[in-house]
Design a protein around this ligand. Structure first.
Ligand code: AMP
Ligand code: MG
Length: 447
């Protein structure tokens, strides 16, 4: 492993850097939040059902509650009363009789089946049945869905709308979830301006802070905008000090070998202990990671493409772990390299690629020029292909590992499904491919 003697800190490989970061972070404490605010958050406790559901036998259809054995073909059952949803049966339903019942209304004790309106004919205060009736038909029985004490949501689960619905159905007004870290985002550089009016010669608009803050927010953490530190020690010191009061500090730029790259030096003066300096991966090689107390400090490269890729690979897994997520690493999928690629030795390479589905496989095409200055290439990319450190040349047709970038997911999954399922099993519609029989392998009884 290369050793950075000057700074006496390792420059790890890509995998080692991720491991060092994940080893240094842990789940945050939990907090109770209002039900709706729990969307997308991770539960910190198991939530058991306080009672079984349905709480009472009830009708699954609008129709007539009956006793199944009374329902011989041709029978006409006198209708005795009406139970709306929210009501209760007010009189007993005697043998050979029926009661009009609405979906969700409690079943009268004596009835064991519901005949939907569509399967019955109402005439002169009686109901005539068009079909035979089986016991239990169209009845939802007490406790058949969720049992009292069953864990409805377990610790480590990401709350979705369906979970919120189930939690609401058991009267939960709040949910205990892992806390979200506050993440300070600082840009550095004398060339940076905030507004287009200030774009004099040699100036550029600060875009990293916005992109990084957006990425922080996208993974569920709370960005705190720290502004811009100028390339002097005083400005760096003030801004970095502010950022060390929060859970995570992310800086961009000023972390390479330039004579005004002050971030590492000032962080060291502020007692930030470096865990690593630089990573053997490009883009993102200047990335540094350090700790001061409970604050995690990520120093990302200045180049907008490199800083976002470094965020994706190094910061995001840490934030997800802090917020209680169980899957924190973006998984790698196999794809066929569409063209020959050469890279320099000594570091892994994350190639920005587009993915297409070709001959039953995902195929990875370069998304454009790979210099880190090319933002358009990242705008166009669906995925990052990881070319390992130990090799320099890769031939078209080789299988490489690709990691999907946000937003590419749906299209790629559709491509994968198309590879697995023959085209003919999709019913083509005007709006595209409609899945027809994707569940045929699993027997589902929905009579
Ligand atoms: P540095 O790491 O300071 O050498 O910066 C590398 C490149 O990234 C330079 O071209 C900078 O102008 C550019 N850069 C640095 N910070 C930002 C930022 N916040 N927004 C946009 N570009 C930046
Ligand atoms: Mg700079």
């Amino acid at each position: 492993m290369p050793f950075n003697h000057q700074k006496a800190v390792y420059t790890p490989s890509f995998d080692e850097a991720v491991r060092l970061i994940l080893d240094a972070v842990s789940q945050r404490d939990s907090e109770s939040v209002p039900l709706l605010d729990s969307l997308g958050r991770v539960t910190a406790v198991d939530v058991p059902a306080p009672w079984s559901t349905p709480r009472y036998d009830n009708s699954a259809m609008d129709g007539f509650a009956v006793r199944a054995p009374d329902c011989v073909p041709g029978a006409a059952l006198p209708i005795r009363g009406y139970v709306p949803a929210g009501g209760t049966p007010t009189q007993p339903v005697g043998p050979g009789c029926a009661i009009k019942i609405m979906t969700g209304a409690p079943m009268p004790d004596s009835c064991d089946a519901v005949v939907p309106f569509e399967a019955a004919e109402e005439m002169n205060g009686a109901v005539r049945l068009k079909k035979p009736v089986s016991p239990r038909q169209h009845v939802r029985f007490r406790g058949e869905d969720i049992g009292a004490g069953d864990v409805i949501i377990s610790e480590g689960h990401i709350i979705r709308p369906v979970d919120i619905g189930v939690l609401a159905s058991f009267g939960n007004k709040t949910v205990v979830v892992y806390k979200r870290p506050n993440v300070a985002v600082l840009s550095t550089g004398d060339e940076l301006v905030e507004n287009a009016e200030d774009l004099g010669p040699g100036k550029v608009l600060d875009s990293n802070r916005w992109a990084i803050a957006a990425a922080v927010r996208e993974c569920g953490a709370i960005p705190v905008m720290l502004g811009i530190a100028r390339d002097d020690r005083q400005s760096h010191r003030e801004k970095l000090q502010d950022g060390l009061h929060v859970d995570v500090l992310i800086t961009s730029a000023g972390v390479s070998a330039g004579d005004r790259d002050l971030v590492r030096e000032i962080l060291a003066e502020l007692d930030v202990r470096p865990v690593f300096r630089g990573v053997r991966v490009k883009p993102g090689s200047p990335t540094c990671f350090g700790l001061r107390g409970s604050t995690k400090v990520f120093s990302l490269p200045g180049n907008p493409v490199a800083s976002l890729i470094a965020f994706e690979e190094f910061v995001k897994p840490a934030l997800l772990k802090m917020m209680g997520h169980q899957r924190v690493l973006n998984p790698f999928l196999p794809a066929v390299l569409a063209s020959d690629v050469r890279k320099s030795p000594g570091h892994a390479k994350l190639l920005r690629v587009r993915l297409e589905q070709r001959e039953g496989m995902l195929s990875a095409w370069s998304a454009g020029k790979q210099d880190t200055g090319m933002q358009k290439t990242l705008l166009r990319a669906d995925a990052l292909a990881l070319l390992p450190e130990g090799r320099v040349s890769f031939a078209a047709g080789e299988i490489v590992s690709v990691q999907l970038l946000n937003g590419a997911m749906a299209e790629v999954i559709e491509g994968v499904l198309l590879c697995i399922a023959p085209i003919s099993s999709y019913g083509a519609t005007e709006t595209g491919a409609a899945r027809s029989d994707m569940t045929s392998a699993v027997k589902i009884d929905c009579a």
